[in-house]
Ligand binder design. Structure first.
Ligand code: HEM
Length: 454
């Protein structure tokens, strides 16, 4: 990663646990190399951090850098690049004109004319992330076309080959990800202005007017609101290690207040995202080819693999934010790292769609002393109450999210002309889950983590 793009960072020390094996089982072929990178990175960090337990905050700035976490924007990519040099500008110009090209039925023709580019000229992390973003947009548009059921099952080699090579290099799957369309797809209109919806824009759009902008930017604003909670994490572990209840209480209060700010950011979705455009247009372009009957075999990446491959579509379930606070607070979806049901399995699988540095970060949190156990062992009523405020903030976020999913997926699905079996299909999220069952299971596990009064 280019150093100038990564501001100050904080530390969490690292120890590998059995979870890495689980990641491996849920990971697609393209990610094999990144698992190795993940494992190697983890081991190196473990070694480097050995003996550093006495001063985690002091050492934090250099090590957090390894996890690609930014002080201001958290898991989002700080200041994404907007342009690529020649010859990659050919990809940019297609991605920039996507809605127009799709409308005029020109998109596929233009894509097929592209030269097969070697990715070696894409220098630096930000250029590679921009290229992954634009190739993701182009791929989704090529596959789903006008969004009217005229689907392509083969991605031509002039796109598939560079896309898969780049994906392998970044340790990401070759499909449009949350890490692309949310975390790396933004700019400030006035560079000196605030990080607000009004002062921000996305770099690339799908058809559906401003619906995509609303969905991507509101998700980003949730990430940014939660970034201030990530910053507190090192002092939480420091306090637990020193058995310092007072400091822990203050840090947990900051977490709960940041999570409330994330909820406020979330509420902007109603203002900026139209349910019909989301359901009937944007959702189509974010759909993947795993668990999707429209592409039941998957997508054939011509010139890369001989058989079609399945990848889940872009979903905020690929955000590291919720999973980060689940791990920190000891909200268990898995038992001893083993997913206990299909919801836990899906959440675990979604980690393989996150940048490898963020996967490593989640693993590193898991390896730290348990905050929940410490709170329980202290028998301090105020501390327990404050811990519960944090868990309750996660419950509130998930409650709110459920209401949003009802408004943006379940209700519009009911308004579709009903053919036998299609309600179940329409109720699927872009990540491929049966939405309400999945989300309710995750919420009830969160609720179960509230500490009960003795
Ligand atoms: C129109 C707005 C939204 C809709 C319709 C929506 C829909 C969904 C759906 C259908 C799922 C299930 C997984 C899948 O199949 O894709 C999901 C999961 C998830 N979404 Fe959203 N989502 C929206 C906004 C957001 C935002 C703004 C965030 C926060 C950044 C978010 C965070 C999550 C998380 C973390 C999960 C995983 C489940 C969990 O941990 O609770 N979603 N979403």
């Amino acid at each position: 990663m280019e150093n100038e793009t990564i501001p100050k960072v904080e530390v969490i020390s690292y120890r590998l646990c059995g979870e890495l094996w689980l990641l491996a089982t849920a990971t697609s072929v393209i990610n094999r190399r990144s698992e190795a990178t993940l494992a190697r990175g983890g081991t190196e960090l473990t070694a480097r951090m050995a003996g550093d337990m006495s001063s985690p905050v002091e050492n934090s700035w250099t090590i957090f850098k390894e996890y690609h976490i930014d002080e201001d924007v958290g898991f989002a990519l700080p200041y994404p690049l907007e342009d690529l040099p020649h010859p990659y500008d050919a990809w940019i110009s297609i991605a920039r004109n996507l809605p127009e090209l799709i409308k005029n039925n020109q998109l596929r023709v233009e894509v097929e004319k592209l030269a097969t580019l070697n990715i070696d000229g894409l220098r630096g992390h930000r250029a590679q992330r921009l290229a992954h973003l634009v190739l993701g947009y182009i791929t989704m548009a090529y596959v789903w076309g006008q969004g009217d059921g005229d689907i392509r099952k083969i991605l031509p080699s002039n796109i598939a080959v560079p896309y898969c090579k780049l994906s392998e290099k970044l340790g990401l799957p070759p499909i449009l990800l949350y890490a692309d369309c949310v975390l790396a797809n933004w700019k400030k209109k006035d560079p000196n202005g605030p990080m607000t919806y009004e002062n921000m824009d996305i770099l690339f759009s799908f058809p559906g007017g401003d619906c995509g902008k609303g969905f991507f930017l509101v998700s980003l604003l949730v990430e940014i609101a939660a970034a201030s909670a990530i910053k507190v994490i090192p002092s939480i572990f420091d306090a637990v290690q020193r058995k310092d209840s007072d400091t822990l209480q203050k840090a947990l209060l900051e977490i709960s207040s940041s999570l409330h700010k994330a909820l406020e950011a979330f509420s902007q979705i109603h203002e900026y995202v139209d349910p019909n455009l989301f359901f009937n247009v944007l959702r189509i372009y974010l759909s993947g080819w795993k668990g999707n009957p429209l592409l039941s075999e998957g997508l054939l990446y011509e010139g890369v693999w001989d058989t079609p491959k399945k990848f889940a579509g872009g979903s905020a379930a690929q955000s590291s934010i919720f999973q980060c606070f689940d791990v920190l607070l000891g909200i268990q979806h898995s038992i001893c790292g083993v997913p206990s049901d299909s919801a836990a399995e899906f959440l675990q699988e979604m980690r393989t769609y996150m940048p490898p540095a963020h996967q490593s970060f989640l693993l590193s949190l898991k390896s730290k002393p348990s905050v929940r156990e410490f709170v329980l062992s202290e028998g301090n009523a105020t501390l327990q109450e404050i811990y519960n405020k944090c868990v309750q903030a996660m419950v509130s976020l998930r409650n709110y999210h459920l209401q949003i999913v009802a408004k943006y997926i379940v209700i519009p699905a009911r308004q579709q002309p009903q053919v036998e079996g299609n309600l179940e299909e329409e109720n699927r999220g872009t990540g491929g889950t049966n939405v309400m069952d999945f989300l309710k299971t995750v919420r009830s596990k969160t609720k179960n983590s509230l500490l009960k009064e003795e």
